[in-house]
Design a protein around this ligand. Sequence first.
Ligand code: UDX
Length: 439
Amino acid sequence: MDLSIIGSGYVGLVSGACFAEVGHTVVCVDNDLKKVESLQAGHIPIYEPGLEELVQRNVASGRMRFTNSIADGVDHSEVVFIAVPTPPQADGSVDLSYIERVAREISGVLKPGQYRVVVDKSTVPVKTGDKVSETIKRYGSRGAEFDVVSNPEFLREGCAVADLMHPDRIVIGSKSDRALAIMKKLYEPFMAPILVTDINSAELIKHAANSFLALKISYINAVSAICDASGADIEKVADGIGMDRRIGRNFLNAGLGYGGSCFPKDLAAFIAISEDLGVPFTLLKEVQRINSSQRERFLKGLRDTLWILRDKKIAVWGLTFKPDTDDIRCSVAIDFIQDLLKEGAHVTAYDPKGMENVAKFGLIPGAKMAASPLEAAQGAEALIIATEWHEFGMVDLAHLKEAMHSPLVFDGRNLLDPATMRRMGFHYRSIGRPEGQKS
Ligand code: UDX
């Protein structure tokens, strides 16, 4: 099938590559001409495992191409996806101006008698589909035939390609049987369960799913505080809870809290949506509060040990909001480093993929970057593990101890084994786990 995707950000780019991979012909549209040229030449602006090869292969085969013209995209496709950013505004509500602009631009190029399915893939508040539909009708030429469909995307960064190729479910919100039949055909090669809903429900599913996952994380983090206070072990507690199939073990990993470009934004949006609808979802405010208190609690633990942080040399492993990505947006690691710098500590950090973005965005100008985990730890009075990159678990502990000024390790992601750390002579603190107890 022929389709176009407007917006070549995370969701647009990965979706485009995966649709091309299963045999569709995809035109990816972006208004940034430099980006378009660079993508067409096979250069991917983000680090996402497997994505570069996928794009290069499909561009070479002619199933995927890039353009900055919406008219070009819409003209060549039966299905037009909207995958543009929906950033947060100061009050947490969603800025829908990119969506509105794209809807107007699509309306301007729709030709009478040329039916198109306009699919919203961006994360949007419930009832946005109706607005998109009204906008296209208002600005479009008479006789333009189209239907608007909601098709939220659930991919995770770091495993986006795998998530897209093998989704748990595909949600399609539509009130048109014609559009639905086209969408089902489009997704047939993925052989995944399809849930058909009305447009409002599909839109709501995305915010409700992300908020629920964030709630799960805050729940286990709140339990981890009780473990710290009582001497129980959060790993065991999470295993015990998670073995109940009604709950499940996923997303019950205690740590410094959730970050990234989705959870913080979507939670704030869902709160704003609920308030706007007159049914405030106050539980979600507590989820946010627990998330930030987890970082404060960890910082307090560090202060309790080091006493004054001013002029202390502190190493931090991890800058990205999670492993296997170079994304540092809303990263707890960055927030934590900012806390340390504010208190006058000297921070040296290392991250396998995030350091380029740190330099680019200048979020922590006071921190030094190291070339390896051991170099970051050189002479440090404490080491913080802020992101659970696999390579941090592989570092030779004897060398680490030798490199550090004093062997204090604060593991904010429960990456290392407490018993091993204790045996190796470290003073080791993690989240909700008794010191020295085997996990
Ligand atoms: C999330 C959703 O999972 C995805 O479905 C949606 O499309 C976009 O938002 P993403 O932000 O890429 O994906 O990452 P995810 O793996 O969900 O992790 C989000 C944050 O939660 C990270 O900071 C991670 O470290 C944290 N997390 C996750 C925990 O602290 N504990 C866990 O058990 C799981």
